[in-house]
Write a protein that binds this ligand. Structure first.
Ligand SMILES: *[C@@H]1O[C@H](CO)[C@@H](O)[C@H](O)[C@H]1NC(C)=O
Ligand SMILES: *[C@@H]1O[C@H](CO)[C@@H](O)[C@H](O)[C@H]1NC(C)=O
Ligand SMILES: *[C@@H]1O[C@H](CO)[C@@H](O)[C@H](O)[C@H]1NC(C)=O
Ligand SMILES: *[C@@H]1O[C@H](CO)[C@@H](O)[C@H](O)[C@H]1NC(C)=O
Ligand SMILES: *[C@@H]1O[C@H](CO)[C@@H](O)[C@H](O)[C@H]1NC(C)=O
Ligand SMILES: *[C@@H]1O[C@H](CO)[C@@H](O)[C@H](O)[C@H]1NC(C)=O
Length: 423
C-alpha cells in the first residue's frame, strides 16, 4: 500500500502537473499550460527541490528494485517529506494533484509509473512546466554512462510552425514503417490545434507552445523549447529543426544513417563581414562575446544530444543575445552559430543539411509551388555534382531536407517521391 502510494506520488511528480484524464492534445489544455503557474519564487524553489528529490528517488527505486529494504526506506522519507510541505495546496493546480482519484487511477489502470519506459520515453507531451523548469529538467544528465537498456538512437524531428502542416502527407509517408527510430515534436502558435487522425505519427505531438514573433528572441526561445522537450526522451540522439515548408529529399533510412553516423552537427556558421553579419554584433556583449566569435547561419539546424544539452543549459550567453541582439540583429541567425563557435567549433560541420535557394536575391528565399516540381529539380538538390565533407570523407549527399515548398507542391511531390526520393 505505502509502496503504491509512493509510486503514484512519483507518477504525479514525474509527469509534472500533466492532467491524466486522457484528453490528449486538447486545445484548452495547451492554452492553459502556457500560463505561468506560480508567482511565488519560494514555492518554485520548493517545487524544484521536490523534483530533484523525487527524480533521484525514482532512479534509485527503478534501478534497485531488487532491494526491498532500500525501497521501503526511501518511501518513508518521501512520504514524510510530502507530509511536511503544503506544496500541493499552494499550487494553482493543487486540486488536480491532491485529488486522490489520480492516485487511484494510477493503481486501477495498473500503470507502472516508475517503469523505465516511463522515465525514458515520456508518453505524452503535455505538461505545465515553465520554460525555466523545463530547461532545468531537460539538463539532467545521467552520471552512469551505460544505459540499462538497449538504446536505439532516435532522430527528433522538430517542426517549428505557425499552424498547419500542409506537407504533412509527404512527411507521413517518409516516416512510414520506421517506428522506434524517430520522435516528432511540433511547436505551433499557442491555441492552435493540429487536427490529425489518431493513427498519424503527428497525433499528440504538439508541445506546450508560446507565441512567437518572427525575428525576435521569442523565435530562439521556441527553438530551445523544442530542444528541451525533445531531450526528455533519452533515446533522442540527433535533433533536426524543420518548418512547415520543409521537405525531406532522401528516404528515412538514408537520413537516419547520415545523421546518426556523423561525428559533426550541422549548424551553418560563417563569418559575414558585411553589415548583415558583423554589422549586427554589439560591443555591449563584451567581454564574453567578441567580434571574432561572431557567426551567422541559417536557423534550420541539426544538433547532436551533447550539444543540445550544452545549449539549453546556457543562460549567460543567451541573456546577452536577449538583451543586445534586437532587430536588425536576429538571434535565431546568430545565437546557435556563435555559441557553438565559441565552445564547440570542432564538433560543428559549419554547414546546413537544409537546402534553400537564395539565388533570386531579396530578403526571402525562393518558394517552389506545384508548377516547379520536377524530378530533375529534386534530383539536383540530392546531388548537384559537388561534394561536401562528411566525417573524414567526402560525399555527394550535402542536403537531406529542402525548403521552401508551397502547399501546392504536395501532390507533385507525392507523385515523384517513390521514383526520385525513394520513399
Ligand atoms: C476528483 O476527481 C473526481 C473524479 O474525476 C471528481 O468527481 C472530483 O470532483 C474531483 N475532486 C476534486 C477536489 O477535484
Ligand atoms: C478535424 O478533421 C476531421 C477530418 O478531417 C474533421 O471531420 C473535423 O471537423 C476536424 N476538426 C476540427 C476541429 O477542425
Ligand atoms: C481512433 O479514432 C477512432 C475513431 O475516430 C476510434 O474508433 C479509435 O478507437 C481511436 N483509436 C485510438 C487508439 O484512440
Ligand atoms: C568550423 O569552423 C570553425 C571556426 O570557424 C573551425 O574551427 C572548425 O574546424 C570548423 N569545422 C570543421 C568541421 O571544419
Ligand atoms: C516556378 O514556376 C513558375 C512558372 O513556370 C515560374 O514563373 C517561377 O519563377 C518558378 N519559381 C521558382 C522559384 O523557380
Ligand atoms: C551545388 O551546390 C553547392 C553547395 O550549395 C554550390 O556551391 C554549387 O555551386 C552547386 N553546383 C551547381 C553546379 O549548381
Amino acid at each position: 500500500m505505502g509502496e503504491n502510494f509512493l509510486t503514484c506520488l512519483v507518477c504525479i511528480c514525474s509527469f509534472g502537473v500533466m492532467k491524466m484524464a486522457g484528453n490528449r492534445g486538447d486545445k484548452e489544455e495547451s492554452d492553459k499550460i502556457t500560463v505561468p503557474s506560480i508567482k511565488d519564487s519560494s514555492v518554485r524553489i520548493v517545487r524544484i527541490v521536490v523534483f530533484l528529490v523525487v527524480f533521484v528517488a525514482g532512479v534509485v527505486i527503478g534501478l534497485a528494485s531488487s532491494s526491498h529494504v532500500n525501497r521501503y526506506f526511501y518511501s518513508q522519507k518521501e512520504l514524510s517529506f510530502y507530509g511536511n510541505n503544503a506544496i500541493f495546496a499552494t499550487s494553482p493546480l493543487s486540486s488536480a494533484q491532491s485529488n486522490c482519484s489520480i492516485m487511484q487511477s494510477c493503481e486501477s489502470e495498473k500503470i507502472d509509473c516508475l517503469s523505465m519506459d516511463n522515465i525514458l520515453h515520456p508518453g505524452k507531451l503535455t505538461h505545465a512546466l515553465s520554460d525555466e523548469e523545463l530547461f532545468w529538467r531537460a539538463s539532467v544528465v545521467p552520471k552512469i554512462e551505460e544505459y540499462p537498456y538497449r538504446r536505439v538512437p532516435k532522430v527528433a524531428f522538430m517542426f517549428l510552425t505557425r499552424g498547419p502542416l500542409p506537407l504533412l502527407t509527404l512527411w507521413e509517408r517518409f516516416f512510414q514503417r520506421q517506428e522506434g527510430l524517430f520522435s516528432i515534436y511540433v511547436h505551433t502558435q499557442p491555441g492552435y490545434h493540429l487536427n490529425v487522425s489518431n493513427d498519424s505519427v503527428f497525433y499528440g505531438r504538439q508541445i506546450p507552445s508560446q507565441s512567437v514573433s518572427w525575428g525576435s528572441i521569442s523565435l530562439a526561445d521556441a527553438e530551445r523549447r523544442l530542444l528541451a522537450n525533445a531531450l526528455l526522451d533519452f533515446s533522442n540522439e540527433r535533433f533536426v529543426l524543420l518548418s512547415e515548408s520543409c521537405i525531406p529529399v532522401f528516404n528515412f533510412r538514408t537520413v537516419y544513417k547520415y545523421l546518426t553516423a556523423s561525428v559533426h552537427s550541422y549548424v551553418e556558421s560563417y563569418d559575414d563581414p558585411s553589415r548583415y553579419g558583423r554589422g549586427r554584433y554589439s560591443r555591449r556583449m563584451l567581454p564574453n562575446i567578441q567580434l571574432h566569435h561572431w557567426r551567422k547561419g541559417s536557423q534550420w539546424f541539426e544538433l547532436n544530444r551533447a550539444l543540445v544539452i550544452n545549449l539549453i543549459s546556457d543562460s549567460k550567453y543567451y541573456s546577452l543575445f536577449r538583451k543586445y541582439c534586437k532587430p536588425s540583429c536576429y538571434p535565431d541567425e546568430h545565437y546557435f552559430a556563435t555559441y557553438l563557435n565559441i565552445f564547440h567549433s570542432g564538433l560543428n560541420s559549419n554547414r546546413t543539411v537544409t537546402w534553400v535557394d537564395w539565388s533570386q536575391g531579396g530578403p526571402h528565399p525562393a518558394t517552389f509551388g506545384g508548377e516547379n516540381i520536377t524530378a530533375a529539380f529534386i534530383q539536383s538538390i540530392r546531388n548537384n555534382g559537388t561534394k561536401c565533407s562528411y566525417n573524414s570523407d567526402r560525399t555527394y549527399i550535402c542536403y537531406l531536407f529542402a525548403r521552401k515548398f508551397a502547399p501546392s507542391a504536395l501532390v507533385p511531390l507525392l507523385n515523384i517521391a517513390a521514383a526520385v526520393m525513394e520513399f
